[in-house]
Design a protein around this ligand. Structure first.
Ligand SMILES: *[C@@H]1O[C@H](CO)[C@@H](O)[C@H](O)[C@H]1NC(C)=O
Ligand SMILES: *[C@@H]1O[C@H](CO)[C@@H](O)[C@H](O)[C@H]1NC(C)=O
Ligand SMILES: *[C@@H]1O[C@H](CO)[C@@H](O)[C@H](O)[C@H]1NC(C)=O
Ligand SMILES: *[C@@H]1O[C@H](CO)[C@@H](O)[C@H](O)[C@H]1NC(C)=O
Ligand SMILES: *[C@@H]1O[C@H](CO)[C@@H](O)[C@H](O)[C@H]1NC(C)=O
Ligand SMILES: *[C@@H]1O[C@H](CO)[C@@H](O)[C@H](O)[C@H]1NC(C)=O
Ligand SMILES: *[C@@H]1O[C@H](CO)[C@@H](O)[C@H](O)[C@H]1NC(C)=O
Ligand SMILES: *[C@@H]1O[C@H](CO)[C@@H](O)[C@H](O)[C@H]1NC(C)=O
Ligand SMILES: *[C@@H]1O[C@H](CO)[C@@H](O)[C@H](O)[C@H]1NC(C)=O
Length: 417
């Protein structure tokens, strides 16, 4: 299957449509990629209900107060490809958002196409480019692998790939991949102790990258916290104690200011799997203890997987995703949910803070799915659904399985039915 990325170094300038603002909302989607750029929260691509890969780029300007019933959506320059899976990386010292580890499709089709290792989006000029990236390894560039940025380097580990010597042979990427941004060269480093797929990676201020969950065979135990130290370039593991947290993939993780990682959602066994318990859990990264806060249900999202999450002004912003209430039910949504991480409440309004210094530093690591293309959903109304805290159940009949090329035909695959 021709899923691998061909690195031909084209340069796209799709500046015909520049930052058009529509009075409309994006259609429901999941497996999208998301990141904060200053006060703007961007959403790239995703798998939409008519079973195609979106090339759209939407954002919300968070500096303007809003209610989740009417998020102030704006749309900007489309990606050169439809895109799902993958990770968006941005930091103040970067000139562009980088998207890596996703699958590329002909826009608005389910047709897989040769992708690039890196798509760069210049948010100032609203332009896409595909920089010349060097990646020298005995395997193709992995997908479904979260990445984080720190001081001129991008770090990633895990994900799935195939060997150059046999592209039918799906393997998990064991190695730590490090991109030197100045030279646009990836190097491979130490093995991650237990290589996961569809996990999260969260950078702590002390330079540790905390890897949580995901699957290998079997799922990664949530007590097993795998840590990459960017100072010493070494791996270690922590055995987190505390409450019992279901294993999961497709969840998200954000870091709060007091050093807690809040995870949300995910599914068991596969992207089409059932919901996990609890939906929301907190890992204290000082003591490595999990706990499950007791939360009022009011304004809470349904259980979601392959949604996006970001932390902004002490609000965890959850967006899009598949509701996992029923196994294999592809009910996707376009809602936004706000979790106040100071008061531990789901709320519907977000106002700019009164004079706190904001450092929305932790890019959401939107985990990525492995079987997103495996089930079709009957076409649904693509009109933006009225905002509603209940996920609009999109047509729930799982359709015929799989016509879409998946990047790799994974052996270590999740159980599907
Ligand atoms: C699928 O839906 C998207 C909107 O979500 C639309 O832009 C696209 O044209 C649709 N594609 C097909 C093949 O219907
Ligand atoms: C997508 O693939 C289908 C099936 O191979 C083909 O019929 C269709 O023309 C393709 N669409 C595009 C836009 O290439
Ligand atoms: C890989 O799979 C393709 C399609 O199924 C097949 O034609 C090819 O022979 C396989 N290659 C190897 C090395 O097994
Ligand atoms: C990862 O490690 C396992 C076991 O050591 C090995 O079988 C597999 O081929 C490795 N994956 C890659 C991409 O090298
Ligand atoms: C995960 O690990 C913890 C601690 O070692 C153990 O108590 C628990 O049973 C494990 N969970 C699963 C599902 O294996
Ligand atoms: C993790 O800690 C639990 C108790 O908190 C213990 O039962 C278990 O054996 C530990 N696992 C490992 C791998 O150290
Ligand atoms: C972080 O803040 C939250 C909300 O105030 C609180 O529940 C939690 O215990 C704090 N965690 C730590 C490690 O201080
Ligand atoms: C924020 O701080 C500025 C100066 O530091 C002050 O003038 C302003 O009144 C403050 N705003 C609020 C809402 O506290
Ligand atoms: C939300 O959607 C559900 C299902 O479509 C509907 O029954 C309910 O009335 C809606 N609620 C609001 C506040 O629109």
């Amino acid at each position: 299957m021709k899923w691998f990325q061909k690195i031909d170094y084209l340069f796209f300038t799709l500046n015909l449509i520049s930052s058009l603002v529509f009075c409309q909302a994006p259609s429901s989607r999941w497996e999208l990629v998301s990141t904060l750029v200053g006060d703007k929260l961007y959403f790239f691509g995703g798998w939409v209900a008519n079973n195609t890969a979106s090339d759209e780029v939407w954002y919300i300007d968070l500096s303007i107060p809003f209610n989740t019933a009417t998020p102030p959506w704006s749309k900007t320059t489309n990606m050169p490809v439809g895109y799902n899976f993958g990770s968006a990386i941005y930091d103040n010292d970067m000139s562009s958002v980088y998207l890596i580890g996703g699958n590329a499709f002909l826009p608005n089709t389910p047709n897989f196409t040769f992708g690039h290792i890196l798509y760069a989006f210049d948010t100032v000029n609203s332009q896409w480019s595909t920089p010349d990236v060097k990646f020298d390894a005995p395997f193709y560039f992995p997908v479904e692998m979260p990445a984080v940025y720190k001081s001129g380097k991008v770090y990633a580990a895990g994900g799935k790939t195939a060997l150059l010597s046999d592209k039918n042979q799906t393997v998990i990427n064991n190695l730590t991949l490090i991109l030197d941004v100045a030279s646009m060269t990836w190097s491979t480093s130490l093995k991650i102790p237990f290589a996961p797929i569809d996990h999260t990676a969260t950078l702590l201020p002390n330079g540790l990258i905390v890897h949580i969950g995901g699957y290998t065979f079997p799922m990664i135990n949530m007590s097993l916290i795998q840590i990459f130290d960017t100072n010493t370039l070494s791996w270690s593991t922590k055995n987190a104690s505390g409450d019992f947290i279901n294993a999961r993939l497709g969840h998200t993780a954000v870091l709060t200011r007091n050093g807690s990682i809040i995870i949300y959602g995910g599914s068991l066994f596969s992207s089409h799997g059932p919901n996990v318990c609890p939906d929301l859990a907190v890992l204290d990264t000082n003591a490595w203890i999990w706990y499950i806060p007791v939360l009022p249900k009011e304004n809470a999202p349904p259980p979601l997987t392959f949604h996006s999450a970001a932390l902004y002004n002490d609000y965890m912003i959850i967006a899009f995703g598949r509701a996992t209430i029923v196994y294999d039910n592809i009910a996707i949504n376009n809602n936004i949910y706000l979790f106040d991480t100071n008061n531990y409440l789901w709320v519907t309004e977000m106002s700019p803070p009164s004079n706190t210094t904001q450092t929305p530093t932790i890019a959401p690591v939107t985990a990525i799915s492995t079987t997103q293309t495996a089930t079709t959903t009957a076409p649904v109304n693509t009109t933006p659904a009225p905002m509603n805290t209940t996920t609009a159940p999109v047509n729930t009949t799982p359709g015929p399985v799989n016509t879409t090329p998946t990047p790799v035909n994974i052996k270590i695959s999740e159980t599907k039915k």
